[in-house]
Design a protein around this ligand. Structure first.
Ligand SMILES: Cc1cc2nc3c(=O)[nH]c(=O)nc-3n(C[C@H](O)[C@H](O)[C@H](O)COP(=O)(O)OP(=O)(O)OC[C@H]3O[C@@H](n4cnc5c(N)ncnc54)[C@H](O)[C@@H]3O)c2cc1C
Length: 498
């Protein structure tokens, strides 16, 4: 097999030896060793490789996974005994910022969002919709959705793309957009890598601000917290970023903010005591340029005056736009220093309809979880109207739904409450409750063990999803790590059948 690939005419190269890192990811729980890694230099390297595997049919027992930055949680970018394509090697292709009526940046599918930020800023622009962490690739987030505190207004990242270049599971290179090959375009967006490999994307940008006012306020009452979040995301003239998180049994947490956030009312804030209550923190940001400071302060005061947070719990910070967007990277650096980044991450991401978020919170924050010392729990609403229903991503069917993300890190050797088993069983209890109580919850970055579960996840959209698979990747070569479809005769499918 090695020689058959070496005979292909390539600009990049295959590595058959140094392959172990492609069998790991951020989740650090699933490890499938490939047979080779392709480091493509050109789109034609990717196309030739896929064509080669496709044309050999079942005689070549191989699947192919695009690997972005490998920040998946359960082996989604891995290919057991297959080929992993290191998409970051395509990054060499230059980024182009196009100004004009509908400005956009044209980037490689393997580009990191942090690099896109820096490049677009040179032209005074930046993408509109982000993820909380920017060391992820375009292809990786567009295969899911790409959600952060801007999504209530701009929709997820998949709603901010004008055009894609995709290599399908037959090796065809196809340009697609709303107007051209729309079925593939919408299929690929949120399509979990099932229909093609994204090699280029044209991403919508807007003029970038220089600075950010970053604000946190606290609630002890879930109703007031969510009511205020929903009020803010419904307004036209509102904050530019709206998120929130839950604080369960963490007395010192607010004190830890003191290094970066200033209480508006230091004396009163120092007297604030959570008394062991669960707290909810509404996090907001307003973008501005220095010359607009007075105006932006006035707008913010006006917005804040209509909120029902606990008195004297307003915390403020002012940072550059880059520091705000790249904020999680600072935590990464600190965690790496302590050896706490490369640990198992049994994360659970859910999309919860507005009508059931209260029941969800009562059970999950009130009964299942006793604290959140293993990692943050994010919770914030978005507007369904900003999500294009034609894409492949699955959301609850209500006008407003919440992203709830349990971002735990496990202590690798522990069998206690910070151990992997405990955290996984907590996730299972949450999922079981959502199912039992019929809350209409959908998984984000979904992960299932059987095709029946995948069908239930996709619901009425399953037929379209399965039809697209047959059209664009009929041999089920691509993204085997998602475990939705199986190539009939791979080692992996044989192992699974045993
Ligand atoms: C610290 C951290 C913070 C995060 N924060 C957020 C957040 O705020 N919002 C959010 O939405 N997500 C967030 N995520 C999740 C993240 O968006 C996904 O895990 C994403 O898949 C990671 O991107 P990646 O480039 O590492 O992709 P990978 O893990 O490498 O790949 C993910 C999937 O996409 C496929 N794929 C990769 N590249 C391509 C391509 N070019 N074409 C087609 N398919 C491809 C892979 O085969 C795989 O199935 C976060 C993850 C981490 C680790």
């Amino acid at each position: 097999m090695e020689s058959s690939f070496k005979s292909l005419n390539m600009d990049g190269h295959f590595d058959f030896k140094d392959i172990h890192h492609a069998a790991s990811d951020f989740g650090n729980r699933y490890h499938f060793l490939p047979v080779a890694i392709l480091y493509p230099k050109t789109v034609s390297d990717i196309s030739s490789t896929i064509k080669h595997v496709f044309n050999k049919g079942s005689t070549l027992d191989l699947t192919i996974a695009a690997r972005g930055h490998g920040h998946s949680l359960q082996g989604q970018a891995q290919a057991h005994q297959g080929i992993v394509i290191s998409m970051e090697s395509l990054r060499g292709t230059k980024m182009h910022v196009h100004t004009g009526e509908l400005p956009y940046v044209d980037v490689s599918g393997g580009e990191l969002w942090i690099n896109i930020l820096h490049e677009t800023l040179k032209h005074g622009y930046a993408p509109k919709s982000w993820t909380d962490y920017l060391h992820l690739t375009v292809g990786g987030t567009l295969s899911n959705a790409g959600i952060s505190g801007q999504a209530f207004r701009h929709g997820p990242q998949i709603n901010n793309v004008y055009e894609l270049e995709v290599v399908t599971g037959k090796g065809d290179v196809v340009i697609c957009s709303e107007k051209q090959n729309a079925d593939l375009f919408y299929g690929v967006l949120g399509g979990l890598g099932q229909f093609g490999i994204i090699t280029r994307a044209k991403i919508s940008v807007e003029p970038a601000p220089k600075k950010v006012k970053w604000i946190r306020v606290l609630y002890s009452d879930f109703h007031s917290f969510t009511k205020d979040q929903e009020h803010l995301i419904a307004l036209e003239d509102t904050f530019d970023y709206i998120e929130g998180f839950v604080i369960i049994n963490r007395t010192g947490l607010v004190n830890n903010w003191r290094s970066s956030f200033n209480p508006k009312d230091p004396l009163q804030a120092s007297l604030f005591n959570s008394d062991g209550r669960t707290l909810y923190c509404l996090e907001m940001a307003k973008y501005f340029n220095p010359e607009e400071t007075d105006d932006v302060n006035q707008k913010m005061d006006n917005l804040l005056s209509k909120l029902y947070y606990v008195q004297h719990t307003l915390f403020l910070s002012e940072v550059s736009y880059v520091d705000f967007l790249d904020r999680v990277h600072l935590s990464e650096i600190k965690l790496r220093e302590k050896g706490l980044w490369d640990v198992p991450h049994p994360w659970l991401n859910l999309l919860v309809p507005r009508s059931t978020i209260y029941d969800f919170s009562e059970e999950v924050f009130g009964r299942i979880l006793t604290d959140n010392s293993n990692g943050p729990i994010l919770i914030y609403p978005v507007n369904q109207s900003r999500w294009n229903a034609k894409t492949s991503v699955i959301t609850p069917s209500e006008d407003v739904f919440y992203l709830v993300a349990f971002l735990s890190s496990a202590s690798p050797s522990s069998t206690g409450s910070d151990g992997l088993e405990h955290l996984l069983s907590q996730n299972k209890r949450i999922l079981d409750f959502c199912g039992r109580a019929h809350l209409g919850v959908k998984q984000y970055l979904p992960h299932y063990g059987t095709q029946e579960e995948w069908q239930a996840h996709f619901g009425s959209k399953w037929d379209v999803f399965a039809r697209r698979k047959l059209t664009y990747d009929p041999s089920a070569i691509l993204a085997p790590g998602q475990r939705i479809f199986q190539k009939a005769n791979t080692q992996h499918s044989r192992d699974l059948r045993k």
